[in-house]
Design a protein around this ligand. Sequence first.
Ligand code: GCO
Ligand code: CA
Length: 262
Amino acid sequence: MTNLFDINGKVALITGSTHGLGMAMAKGLGQAGATIVVNGNSSQQKIDDAVNELKSEGINAVGYKFNVTEEKEVAEAVQKIEKEVGPIAILINNAGIIKRIPLLEMEVADFREVIDIDLVSPFIVSKHVAKGMIERRQGKIINICSMMSELGRNTVSAYAAAKGGLKMLTKNMATEWAKYNVQINGIGPGYFATEQTKPIRVDGHPFNDFIISRTPAAKWGDPSDLAGAAIFLSSKASDFVNGHILYVDGGILATIGKPSNE
Ligand code: GCO
Ligand code: CA
């Protein structure tokens, strides 16, 4: 019997995967048998540490340092990876940043930086990886969206604009490339316990209590909760799923929430 979820031996490039949700998805796909290409841009040391962490769990992993916002660097890296590791079968556009600044205080440069990393870079990386996928008539692209692809929140305007844009970029990529047997979908994580959410996750912090009461599952997500969605959208199981955003959010988007006395 063929296993619909089999991704054994497939090369998966995950941007921004030295830590956080990227690392969690690297572990998930790696444990399912994929060869993981770790990417980051801050330091070679962080990449080496991430690769070693994956290897220590028996996962095939290699690391490539490049800046996802620089088209030339991306083009060269993609060529190098395909030559040295193999054709990229799975791309997860995960690299992203957030700046929590009220709109009126946000500098234009800060706004642009968020859009550049969170929205322009998935376009750049996909453009270069999709060329090979289209030639081979096979590929999976997963864009990491957010609750903020659907909802606003105080202080995260640039992030919400970028993630809303990424949702629509996902649909447009599916529109143009689905006919080449390349499936492009998104994962929209809810609130997960990562470094990025550490400042707003402290016990007793009003935001921490707010998120727990706002989430039907009544807790923060554990990064490993994303593995199932990532494997599904990377495997044959999703071969006719196109332009869909799979929210993994403990039910946040299913409900309007509840008053504080319930
Ligand atoms: C915030 C959070 C979010 C999460 C996540 C939610 O400040 O509201 O950091 O933006 O990172 O993307 O889906
Ligand atoms: Ca992160």
